[in-house]
Design a protein around this ligand. Structure first.
Ligand code: HEM
Ligand SMILES: *[C@@H]1O[C@H](CO)[C@@H](O)[C@H](O)[C@H]1NC(C)=O
Ligand SMILES: *[C@@H]1O[C@H](CO)[C@@H](O)[C@H](O)[C@H]1NC(C)=O
Ligand SMILES: *[C@@H]1O[C@H](CO)[C@@H](O)[C@H](O)[C@H]1NC(C)=O
Length: 552
């Protein structure tokens, strides 16, 4: 009797496995799409699709020529058939329909284990609530209020570099990326929760080290297998924490203590303001979130908790520091590699540089605001930023999962696995399928941007091809900040940061390449590495010379 039950169970399990591994996948309509061959069980295209910005433009170009714009790729096993779409109509559909296309639970769980379930990781009603409370904090007016703070940090970085130049007998060679990331951390600390890491001066602050170390863990990702284990078996991994898990726990304890204290302090100040009738004037994101939460437009279930606030502050730290410092670093590297464009940009920036002004720190807030208005109106600066952010987007790609069966519309013919063009204009994706959103893929598409799509040509923005101006995107037809309801909430914030820093740095320094060849690698974000020195970690060394304006 027992034997029969066991045998029956084994047979059922075997039947399930055969279905799961072989029959299910073969019935998957995505199997009928054309796509590259993956041989063997664990062969997949994930590395090529996800991690190699040095080769992915060529891979994408090859795929489009051979398989069309709706491409079948292989995930982590034969049952994991995915769609890589390079069709603008399809990607618009996926990004705008954020209720059907959610972020995969695997990446959400990984992010949540580090920074909590803030806006980046949440889905559904929780995400909606958080985004709604945060949106007023990122309004044009509130972002403008941060301009003087960003100017001061830029000026501080400039002073620091001038000191280094003075102390170094030979031309100064520094890792620009490391320095700028210290400055962008300072900015998000002050702007995010009115907290001074003071990282430009030194890197010893307790909270700064906790965040740095925790993000480092996410970036180095120890071993892919271990990461998988932590994602799929969080319970076991928390019962038997390895060194990585212990580091994360230690950092989280520091963050909870210090940031938790800051949150309570702010709440007290806001309450005090309400009582005394003189509203608290803090313009940092934490104060704005707290104020937004008590606003009378919200119903009770739209309000957020202390825990949500902490997770979102962590999220701003995580989403807003390295992204900004990387786009600044890549822009400065591109300018170093293109000295004529660097000179042109400097001349434009100097045209609004107050001629009587020696040092920026002498400016009043009002003067800074009027200067920033002038800077914002500079056309070539705008083109340089558009172009650098198109060419090297810090977020290389993203992934969504279909939460129901869906038909994705396309604009170009769908190629079948049998080599024929399919007689339909939609791709059928079954519930549970992964869809790869190729951010960089769209930004660098030659059929869209023209033959020079892989080159740094800021002037292209004066005259965009028709196809490019039809692409979706939060920021000028690039997918760099994504699109739709899950697109970047920090776009305005980062534009203020990038424009201000470029203004201060390019008017006071000349940047030159070193002999090192800098390569791109996608390690959570697209980061610079020296060719052959991957083990040394991400770095972007440049020669930084003081620029002195000639009287004329
Ligand atoms: C150059 C700088 C930046 C770039 C390129 C960038 C890019 C992006 C992208 C591509 C996404 C979508 C992620 C996905 O779908 O997987 C995103 C989301 C997000 N970004 Fe940014 N970002 C930048 C700066 C910032 C800053 C400064 C902040 C905050 C102060 C910020 C906060 C966020 C948040 C909270 C989300 C999640 C939004 C949501 O899911 O509702 N980002 N960003
Ligand atoms: C979202 O998906 C539905 C169903 O596929 C479709 O009718 C609708 O047009 C899509 N919305 C957008 C904004 O693409
Ligand atoms: C948001 O408002 C609700 C209701 O007033 C309150 O219970 C909650 O503690 C507030 N959240 C924070 C983080 O202050
Ligand atoms: C920064 O650059 C501006 C414009 O080139 C110049 O007037 C100013 O003196 C420089 N500041 C320092 C501290 O060198």
């Amino acid at each position: 009797m027992l034997g029969t039950v066991v045998l029956g169970a084994i047979a059922a399990l075997a039947a399930y496995l055969v279905y799961f591994l072989f029959i299910g996948p073969s019935l998957n309509p995505l199997q009928r799409l054309a796509g590259p061959v993956a041989k063997g069980w664990f062969k997949n295209h994930l590395q090529i699709v996800l991690e190699c910005p040095e080769i992915s433009p060529k891979v994408n170009e090859f795929y489009i020529g051979r398989y069309g714009r709706s491409i079948r790729v292989q995930g982590v096993g034969p049952w994991d058939v995915r769609l890589l779409t390079l069709d603008p109509i399809s990607v618009t559909h996926v990004l705008k329909n954020s209720t059907i296309y959610e972020k995969p639970w695997q990446s959400r769980r990984l992010i949540t284990s580090l920074i909590g379930c803030g806006m980046l990781a949440a889905e559904g009603a929780v995400h909606k609530r958080q985004r709604r409370v945060a949106t007023p904090a990122f309004s044009v007016q509130n972002m403008r209020a941060l301009v003087p703070l960003v100017f001061n940090k830029g000026a501080q970085l400039k002073t620091k570099w001038l000191d280094l130049i003075r102390e170094t007998p030979e031309p100064l060679r520094i890792d620009v990326c490391h320095w700028i990331s210290r400055a962008t951390f300072d900015v998000i600390g002050l702007a995010g929760f009115d907290y001074s890491f003071n990282a430009i001066e030194n890197e010893h602050n307790e909270l700064f080290s906790a965040y740095k170390e925790m993000f480092e863990v996410a970036v180095s990702q120890s071993h892919p297998f271990k990461t998988m284990f932590r994602i799929y078996m969080p319970f076991i991994s928390s019962l038997f924490p390895d060194a990585t898990v212990r580091t994360v726990q230690r950092c989280q304890a520091v963050i909870r203590r210090v940031a938790g204290h800051l949150i309570q302090e702010k709440k007290a100040k806001i309450e005090q303001g309400v009582k005394s009738g003189v509203p608290y004037a803090g313009r940092d994101l934490l104060s704005l979130l707290l104020k937004s939460n008590v606003s009378t437009d919200l119903t009770e279930d739209q309000r957020i908790s202390d825990e949500d606030i902490l997770h979102n502050i962590n999220t701003f730290m995580f989403a807003g520091s390295d992204t900004s410092s990387l786009s600044l670093t890549w822009t400065i590297l591109l300018l170093a590699q293109n000295p004529a464009l660097q000179d042109r940009l400097r001349a434009e920036l100097l045209s609004v540089y107050p001629s009587t002004m020696g040092d920026l720190s002498d400016l009043s807030d009002d003067e800074i605001h009027s200067l920033f208005t002038l800077i914002s109106g500079l056309p070539f600066l705008d083109n340089v930023i558009h172009e650098s952010i198109r060419l090297i987007p810090p977020v290389h790609s993203s992934i969504r999962v279909a939460t129901q069966d869906d038909e994705i519309p396309t604009s170009s013919p769908i190629h079948g696995r049998d080599g024929n063009i399919m007689q339909k204009s939609t791709v059928s994706v079954p519930k549970g399928s992964f869809v790869h959103v190729a951010v960089e893929g769209f930004n660098l598409d030659k059929e869209i941007w023209g033959e020079d799509a892989w080159e740094f040509q800021p002037d292209r923005w004066d005259n965009l091809p028709e196809a490019a101006s039809q692409l979706p995107g939060l920021y000028s037809n690039t997918l760099t900040f994504s699109a739709g309801p899950r697109s970047c909430i920090g776009l305005r914030f980062s534009m203020i940061e990038i424009k201000t820093f470029l203004f201060i740095l390019v008017t006071n320094f000349t940047f030159k390449p070193t002999g090192d060849k800098i390569l791109k690698a996608n390690v959570v974000l697209t980061r610079p590495y020296i060719s052959g020195k991957f083990k040394e970690g991400s770095q972007c060394p440049l020669i930084v010379l003081p620029y002195e304006r000639h009287a004329n």
